[in-house]
Design a protein around this ligand. Structure first.
Ligand code: GTP
Ligand code: MG
Length: 417
């Protein structure tokens, strides 16, 4: 079984809002880059001997080249980030695997995920791992050791492992979604550190709760901390393991209502991150395990335990519904938070360069005016001199004429004596 490629023409996915916006803003920055470089060549052309632009003018405009370059680098790497939290064994890793359509992250009973695992698209289309701060590419098989609490080579709980997975194998990764798996919020006292290190740039948070029990204080506390550090975080609540309800059908509706009410209350009244109406759209009852199994089967991957409990199709549809709402939310939020800032900076840079060019233009115009004025004065002076000369010459001529006349007169007088 070779890799099964996802349908590449996924044009109606809500993630395309982000993908298209990213392409557009990248194109705009290519134009800004050209504009700034043109401005630099212009400045060079009018500086030096011509002396219209000063070396300071040139340096000012040149500084924008690296600024634009830096923004373009950030833009290329900009992505949508979703972080999953919840108590140990609620199924965080299984939810991520189901969304990725493959068993990529380690999952299992007990305390499994031992550190932060960030799954992102690999540009080279090969699968590999990298620990934070190291360039060494590790075999992807080792994720089950590095990230697993039961393995000797495990990392510290607040360390980060990057898992690079071929983009062509997963639509989410292809469209620049980065998924962050975490250890259970109940196994660490370092929640603040986690939030500061991994959550401040997350566009969406998913609380993976256990529908077999109820929202727990440790989970609630974590999100209270998140909402003090991030204004209006986007939070989804997945009531996972909902397949358990199949064995107790007589209470199914009541349990669902109980969970839903508590979750709505938590998001709208406790955290105040959304209205009760919006909160209802953020709560789902799913079975990640079933969703993953269904998808593994679709891809003809060998799977065990083929029997799914009653109602699995409804739960699967709800999982797909969650994915769609999640995609809408994350792409809109990421466009707003990430690109709004870049486009503001782009506008400022264009305006600043324009102002610098205008300043040079104005000083050139000033110089032209001064030169024209100087010429006019010179011209006036010359005319005055010319006039003086004419008068002087006329006077001289008269004088000479008079002298000649008097000489002639004297000569004729002398001759006639
Ligand atoms: P830690 O990494 O230890 O914090 O746990 P986790 O939240 O990542 O849970 P994980 O995905 O490892 O799942 C724990 C166990 O629950 C695994 O054995 C999963 O197969 C199982 N599991 C996950 N989701 C479901 C579900 O929807 N229904 C059922 N019945 N089991 C599930
Ligand atoms: Mg896990």
């Amino acid at each position: 079984n070779g890799p099964v490629r996802v349908n590449m023409a996924n044009v109606d996915s809500p993630l395309q809002i982000f993908v298209r916006a990213k392409k557009k803003i990248n194109d705009i920055f290519v134009e800004i880059d050209d504009y700034v470089k043109d401005a630099v060549s212009f400045m060079h052309a009018v500086s030096g001997e011509k002396g219209i632009a000063t070396p300071q003018d040139v340096a000012n405009v040149e500084a924008y080249v690296s600024k634009v370059q830096a923004i373009r680098e950030v833009l290329k790497r900009d992505h949508m980030k979703v972080a999953f939290f919840g108590r140990t064994s609620n199924g965080k890793s299984t939810v991520i695997n189901a969304m990725l359509h493959d068993k990529i992250l380690p999952s299992g009973i007990g305390h499994t995920t031992n550190c932060f695992l960030q799954v992102e698209g690999s540009d080279t289309n090969e699968a590999f791992l990298r620990t934070d701060g190291s360039e060494e590419k590790l075999n992807v098989q080792s994720v089950s050791q590095l990230g697993h609490a039961l393995c000797a080579s495990r990392l510290q709980e607040c360390s980060l492992v990057h898992v690079y997975w071929p983009r062509e194998l997963c639509a989410l990764l292809r469209d620049d979604v980065v998924l962050v798996d975490s250890p259970g919020v109940d196994v660490t006292p370092n929640l603040d550190e986690w939030i500061d290190q991994y959550c401040l740039d997350a566009d969406v948070f998913v609380l993976v709760a256990n529908a077999e029990s109820t929202l727990m204080v440790t989970e609630k506390n974590f999100f209270h901390k998140v909402s003090t550090k991030i204004s209006q975080p986007n939070i989804f609540i997945l009531n996972n393991r909902w397949d358990a309800s199949a064995s107790e059908p007589e209470y199914l509706d009541q349990v669902r209502t109980q969970h839903a009410n508590r979750c709505v209350d938590f998001l709208s009244r406790e955290l105040r991150v959304c209205s009760p109406k919006e909160a209802e759209e953020r709560i789902f009852f799913i079975s990640a395990k079933e969703a993953l199994l269904t998808r593994m089967r679709e891809r003809e991957k060998p799977v065990s335990s083929p029997i799914l409990a009653d109602g699995h199709q409804v739960r699967y549809f709800e999982f797909v519904d969650f994915e769609r709402k999640f995609e809408e939310c994350i792409s809109q939020s990421a466009v707003r938070t990430k690109f709004a800032q870049h486009s503001r900076r782009g506008k400022n840079i264009a305006a600043d360069v324009m102002a610098a060019l205008e300043q040079v233009y104005n000083s050139a115009t000033d110089r032209k005016t001064t030169m024209v004025e100087k010429q006019r004065l010179l011209h006036e002076q010359l005319s005055a001199i010319e006039e003086q000369l004419t008068t002087i010459t006329r006077q001289m001529k008269d004088k000479i004429n008079r002298m000649v006349e008097s000489v002639e007169h004297k000569v004729s007088l002398t001759l006639s004596q």
